[in-house]
Design a protein around this ligand. Structure first.
Ligand code: 3HC
Length: 308
């Protein structure tokens, strides 16, 4: 048994060595996740291009990144203001922005897509990029809930396609889920794992299953918390207190749902309940539907389950 393990470890390390190193990558989508992924890439010495059709979104993303890098610098270089300034400048230097991916795609080792959770849009973008990017470029989606295989089906590079799922806030959360579809080659998968480590994240491997690991467990938990309040079993505040003090979570489920965005929670639940109607864990909630219909999407709109 030990011998077999050693052999498989050696085979893995050889294939990691063979995998192309990802040094330059493109992030599609300048929202919270896209900006966070670009920032972490730049902080770890990668050359990153952040792409969004909308110039205002790019400006906001640049500001968000600059603020967040300042927080990181303040922590890392507490007693050395000069070093903090140098760090900030070098990180910002590693990021460029563009309203189209065309130029960056010419040399990119990796494309990470982080646009809105719309299957048609994701497929359209990847189909277009497939015709432009060189053969070496790995494509990956940061989708939180859509099947990677369905997104990949719009391209001709299924062996160079996977999922790279980050967590909000990306500069702080240490986890990266690395997802493979049946066609993902070992070389591609190993290159994604090595990139995750170079991004200073802890990686976990997962198949292309609904919600991967974290959201498969987290989203039904958040929804059950909402249903507890709907049933009148406990108040939102008490459920939050209970999970923070009784289970050691940094945020209670209502604080977290507001933080992630109630529209995102609803989108995931609606998608799953229609895709998997027999799965009892995947059920929408009236309370959540009403808050979203009223534009109360959580922290980002100033009100969700709580007011901010
Ligand atoms: N950039 C840089 N640093 C940041 C930051 C940011 N955007 N946000 C927080 N930080 C740093 C702060 O500087 C601080 O550092 P320090 O402790 O060394 O001084 C540290 O993080 C803690 O921040 P705060 O003191 O402001 O606040 P908290 O202690 O309350 O922590 C939190 C904030 C890290 C968000 C914490 O509450 C937490 O871990 N919450 C749970 C988040 C979570 O579960 N995320 C996953 C959501 S699911 C998801 O994303 C999947 C998707 O598909 C839906």
């Amino acid at each position: 048994m030990a011998f077999v393990n050693q052999l498989s470890k050696r085979a893995l390390s050889t294939s990691v060595l063979r995998a192309a190193k990802i040094q330059e990558f493109v992030v599609i989508g300048g929202g919270l996740m896209g900006a966070g992924i670009a920032q972490v890439g730049a902080q770890t010495g990668h050359k990153v291009t952040l792409v969004d059709l909308n110039k205002e979104v790019l400006e906001k993303a640049n500001k968000r990144i600059a603020d967040s890098v300042s927080r990181v610098a303040k922590k890392q270089f507490k007693d050395d203001a000069d070093a903090a300034e140098k760090f900030k400048a070098s990180v910002m230097d590693n990021i460029s922005t563009d309203t189209t991916a065309n130029k960056a795609l010419e040399t990119a080792d990796l494309v990470v897509e982080a646009v809105v959770e719309n299957m048609g849009l994701k497929q359209k973008l990847f189909k277009e990029y497939d015709g432009i990017a060189p053969a070496k470029t790995i494509f990956a989606s940061n989708t939180s809930s859509l099947p990677i295989a369905e997104i990949a089906s719009a391209t001709t590079r299924l062996d160079r396609f996977g999922g790279l799922h980050f967590f909000n806030p990306v500069p702080v959360m240490k986890l990266l889920e690395v997802i493979r579809i049946p066609e993902t080659s070992d070389e591609t998968f190993n290159a994604m794992l090595a990139w995750g480590k170079a991004m200073k994240k802890v990686t976990v491997d997962c198949k292309d299953t609904p919600g991967f690991i974290v959201n498969r467990l987290l989203v039904p938990y958040l929804m059950e918390a909402v249903r507890m309040v709907e049933r009148g079993d406990a108040s939102a505040k008490d459920v939050d207190t209970a999970m923070k003090l009784g289970a050691g979570h940094p945020m209670g489920p209502f604080e977290l749902a507001d933080y992630v965005g109630l529209d995102t929670n609803k989108f995931i639940m609606d998608g799953w309940s229609s895709r998997y109607p027999d799965e009892t864990l995947f059920r929408a909630s009236e309370m959540l539907n009403k808050l979203v219909a009223d534009g109360k999407l959580g922290k980002k709109t100033g009100e969700g389950f709580y007011k901010y």
